[in-house]
Design a protein around this ligand. Structure first.
Ligand SMILES: Cc1ncc(COP(=O)(O)O)c(C=O)c1O
Length: 396
């Protein structure tokens, strides 16, 4: 009774296989971090089956790799070795060589990193980790500059993931439900979560008979709505225009960065300054903060007053102080980018002329400023259900 949607899951996997060079995909994960956790579980199963899990407990990663690539393997029981960037903006080959050993389970890495800097030596990183007996996972959550240009397979990776809710047809930063796609090479396919979607030449079906699977990571496939949108988007633009998505994403980013740096003298792009970013940059508002007391979080809330949604303060830990990561990608046109830059310039001017307006924002949004934003980072002070809230409140 669900042949249509199964066909879409199946065909979308085929498309992702072509884009990445991986041999099999799972569309179960409910987002990027969930896909990364599934990859860490597969890495654990791989070393366990080789009788090496007790020995191989270390994962190598980089400081500007997305923090879920640190948190997910840690949750799966691994220890993290996080390499700092060299003057290139990413770790040096010597640092990777020094980090590997017989304890290495693998590497989890984002490229381009969260700074937008592309690591051109990534294949050598992979080789060093493989030579030490580890597996390599490529975080391609935001692949808008890689589509049609670079594939995880050619760089030597064993696994990769895409954030379908970001790369494929959803404007970045515009929220909504998540769908993570985890791709693996053939020798890891048996570990993927079950059931997988298969095709016997006549009909599509769910294969539950996968005894070596890491198991179920949720009750069914990831959100079908996100899948339908991404499937429609990719079928509409076609294979030949995928590369154009990457080119437009790069141009849009370069245009926005140049415009912002012309308009706003306080905006910095720290770490490997001057090095070209691809589709995003992690900007720094520290100078404005020191001069006016207006923080990146204040600016974020104020942006909403102008009817614009896309603003990322960047996740914790804040390796860059007062960070703002903008990733316009292919979805926006020149007028949108001009408007965006003009709004940020306006808020920057307000920070000097009337800082309280910015600090007390939003003024026109349905949701208000939280009384104490630090509570968001403290699990002791928030609750995911009313019952948990009442229980916690009762204790304090
Ligand atoms: C590079 C990268 N990896 C992983 C993730 C995590 O994805 P999600 O927020 O869907 O869990 C993100 C999201 O911001 C990301 O940018």
């Amino acid at each position: 009774t669900v042949q249509g949607i199964l066909q879409m899951y199946y065909e979308f996997e085929e498309i992702l296989k072509e884009i990445s060079g991986m041999d099999k995909f799972s569309l179960h994960p409910q987002g990027g971090a969930h896909a990364v956790y599934t990859a860490a579980s597969i890495m654990r199963a791989y070393h366990r089956d080789r009788g090496e899990l007790d020995k191989r407990r270390e994962i190598i990663s980089a400081a500007f790799t997305h923090p879920c690539d640190h948190a997910a393997p840690a949750t799966a029981g691994f220890r993290l070795i996080i390499l700092p960037p060299s003057e290139n903006g990413y770790p040096s080959i010597e640092a990777v060589k020094a980090a590997v050993s017989e304890r290495t389970a693998g590497m989890f890495i984002t490229n381009p990193e969260d700074t937008g800097i592309y690591n051109t030596e990534i294949d050598q990183f992979v080789k060093i980790v493989h030579d030490a007996g580890g597996l390599c996972f490529y975080d391609q959550a935001n692949a808008n500059v890689l589509l049609g240009i670079a594939r995880a397979r050619e760089a030597g990776f064993d696994m990769c993931h895409f954030n379908i809710h970001k790369t494929f047809g959803t404007p970045h930063g515009c929220s909504g439900p998540g769908l993570g796609a985890l791709g693996v090479r053939d020798y890891l396919a048996k570990y993927l979560p079950f059931p997988t979607v298969e095709y016997d030449g006549e009909k599509y079906y769910l294969d539950f008979d996968r005894p070596e699977s890491v198991g179920k990571i949720r009750q069914f496939q990831g959100p079908a709505g996100v899948l339908v949108r991404a499937y429609a988007w990719i079928r509409a633009i076609g294979q030949e225009y995928l590369k154009e998505v990457s080119e437009i994403s790069t141009i849009n980013h370069n245009y926005l960065q140049k415009k912002l740096q012309e308009l706003i003298p306080e905006i910095d792009v720290p770490y490997a300054p001057g090095r070209r970013r691809l589709e995003e940059a992690r900007y720094c508002w520290q100078k404005l903060f020191e001069a006016t007391g207006v923080s990146t979080t204040d600016i974020m809330r104020r942006v909403g007053d102008f009817g614009l949604q896309h603003y990322w303060t960047s996740h914790h830990p804040w390796v860059v102080p007062e960070p703002m990561t903008l990733e316009p990608c292919e979805s926006y046109g020149k007028e949108d980018l001009d408007e965006y830059a003009a709004v940020l310039k306006h808020i920057r001017d307000e920070a000097y002329s009337d800082p309280e307006v910015v600090k007390n924002a939003p003024h026109k949004c349905a949701s208000h400023k939280l009384a104490d934003e630090s509570a968001l980072d403290d699990p002791k002070r928030w609750a995911t259900t009313w019952r948990a809230y009442v229980k916690k409140r009762g204790r304090t």
